[in-house]
Design a protein around this ligand. Sequence first.
Ligand SMILES: C[S@@+](CC[C@H](N)C(=O)[O-])C[C@H]1O[C@@H](n2cnc3c(N)ncnc32)[C@H](O)[C@@H]1O
Length: 303
Amino acid sequence: MNPLTLQPIPYQGSKRSLAPRICRLIPKGIDTLYEPFAGSAAISLYAANRNLAKRFVLGDVYPALVSLWTLIIDDPEEISGRYKVLWDSQFSVGPTHFNEIRARYNADRDPTLLLYLIARCVKNAIRFNRHGDFTQSVDKRRNGMHPKKFTATAHKVSALLRGRTEVVCMDFADCITQARTTDLVYMDPPYQGTTYGRDKRYAAQLERERLIASLANLNQRRVPFILSYDGKTGDKEYGERLPESLKATHLYIHAGRSSQATLTGRSEETLESIYISADLVGKLPTLPNYEKEPAPQIELFAQ
Ligand SMILES: C[S@@+](CC[C@H](N)C(=O)[O-])C[C@H]1O[C@@H](n2cnc3c(N)ncnc32)[C@H](O)[C@@H]1O
């Protein structure tokens, strides 16, 4: 199954194009793969499709997103039907439709409305204000993922994850308290570059210190982890490197053109930072040489 067709939630920040590279770091015989900053859960989806772990834990702190995941996995028929009704009605209601749905979502946080907003907003680039309200505008050039495509994807993903996945709404630190040495934690927190500022990309903020303390705790418990965090675009570095005391190996991975630069019409190569815990390095025969590998093709989500 093509990993690019396995994304029911078309998040612009998704790791789907890097998943084949990142998942090369998953050693054989992993029990549970934890993804405590799940978002669209690209790494878990890729890993589940390749049977790289026996069980999966998807966690996110944004409640409507977690409800959306629960619906997709437990009742793909129901969520597909609701999405089709919303998607179809954009043509009868006309140009006011998106803003009406956005206002409804900001009032009641219905997960199906969130799905529609993600699928239909400018380049799938979600934006929230500090109250968790959706603030991004409609993409005038695209109609959003077609219901047929969503329905097929949701059913495939449900078949892949149901019965071996736990979906939880909680802070990342609480999500990984049960992780053990035979598990693996993959973390993709909001980057320092996107966490702060007026218009936040993600609903929740994360302090760097809390992240570092949590990684140190994983080291103490000998739980292997992979962390995607910041990087550089052209000559501009985002965020500070993590401290040496964590003893994690740092690699750069070519991520393609910066989505931010793409939105503003510039074209610059982005390198993302990946940190690999010492326990995980010890389980791998070799480390990949990502910098030698060209950037993957970044495509917009299929409509
Ligand atoms: C960069 S996105 C993850 C994208 C994901 N790797 C994917 O493939 O779509 C970060 C996610 O972390 C969530 N988040 C932010 N702060 C969090 C926290 N303290 N605990 C758990 N999740 C958090 C956000 O809601 C967002 O969905």
